[in-house]
Design a protein around this ligand. Sequence first.
Ligand code: CDP
Length: 234
Amino acid sequence: MCLPSTIAIDGPAAAGKSTIGYLLAQELGYIYFDTGSLYRAVTWAGLQRHCDLQDGAAMAKLAHSLSIEILRPEQNDGRYYTVMVDGMDVTWQLRGHEVDANVSIVSAHAPVRQSLLEHQRRIARKGHIVMVGRDIGSVVLPDADLKLYFEATPQERARRRWLELQQRGAHADIQELLSEIERRDALDQTRQASPLRKAADALVINTDVFTIIETYQRVLEIVRQHCKREPVQG
Ligand code: CDP
């Protein structure tokens, strides 16, 4: 089979990774794995337990002790997957404002990243996976068959997040969303451990001027072209 089996999609918040990654996984019959949900799950649990989120060792211990499961969605409420933490469905809690505001503090800790690395690689081992995150092509799966890096201006990404929240019936101020995105970008890009960075062999997709459908078609084209690049056997 010539289709890429492991597909890594990285990029900053709200660049379109999740939507396109999910559609692509559906089309190919692959697993869709949004790795941000792991960092969000640890952050949510830390907030629930009033942990010191700045304490990397304590947060890594917490990450290690949690049972985080990412399952196929069994509810039709717009979710792409269900996240269970210690047996509790926390899918929507992970998308809340408090987690948004704190997740980049938790994900900056090297011991936290280390403790989630094996979890990610274990799931990716069997292939047939679209994995979305910040460091998939650069650190988690450096040998991924296909690496994509999505980018868009902070203004466009804030607009998309605003629309997403509107659709869920939540109201937000677009300027506040923009500051939040810029703050999270800065933290994700400047941290010591696995900062958000384009892998040298990743294809960059700028999603500013394209609709979701146009971007998706472009990505499908890239996936199909990947077949043509495969060496002919025999
Ligand atoms: O959905 P959105 O793009 O806003 O965020 P996400 O993909 O759920 O990721 C939330 C946060 O987790 C990011 O801002 C990063 O700090 C962290 N993250 C990471 O460090 N490495 C990953 N592979 C995925 C997420």
